[in-house]
Design a binder for this molecule. Sequence first.
Ligand code: KMH
Ligand code: ZN
Length: 274
Amino acid sequence: MTATTLITVAPTGAETAKDDAPALPVTLDELVKAAEDCEGAGAAVVHVHIRDADGEPTLDLARLRETVRALREATGLVVQLSTGGAVGDSYEDRLRVLEAEPDACSLTCGTVNFGHDVFMNPWPFMARLYRRTQELRIVPEFELFDLGHVAALHRLLDEFGEPYGGHVHCDLVMGVPGGMPGDARTLVAAVAALPAGATWSATGVGRATLPVMFAALSAGGHLRVGMEDTLNYARGRPVTSNTVLVERAAALSRFAQRPPMTAEDARGFLGVRA
Ligand code: KMH
Ligand code: ZN
């Protein structure tokens, strides 16, 4: 069997304003179009943050449900809702995201400085969120912004057992100011500390985008790309769409002899409920 690369696209995020990045998908129509195009370019998972009518980040449950439904109708992508939201969202709002019944969700394994802000993920919140993913049969993707987060992941598994989906799948988020740097030696150290049998992707934020992508491919990992993390394709060249970022990741994966995994295969790989 050919080894493949799982490509996740994170098209929107919660940090960038439409005025600052006109290609950012903020309406439902824009998000669905971006998701369709990215699936065509090789993405298998979509990591979703949504916006309100003013383009501001929101965790409104009705909107989340409508988004999950629309993405399922238009694409075969695994729909992964963000439970990170925007810095400052309440824990209750972030927990309620799971009631939209996505295939998968993000679950950050610890608090981290986040630029000038702090992204709060204290242990009791992580534990509640994790238990709820098990109850609702939602596949968690463990977001690791720092090496200490890997230790917290071990603790979570020791206390509450294996995740829904049957194996641990992580995303190393590298290059956030305040988190682990986006370089090869840090990636290798983080991967070495993961639980046995875990699979992982890596995300390089901003200037870390390419170094992390190359390091992840050479270390056997999967990839996450998108405008949540990367706003410049190259120095002085703003990103014109999420699709170009997925196309680049897919091309590099093919060069690495690990072509993109289909969305259908990703469902089996992650253990998404039928
Ligand atoms: N927007 C960040 C504060 C996630 O989606 O789970 C958190 C974030 C992580 O984007
Ligand atoms: Zn996110």
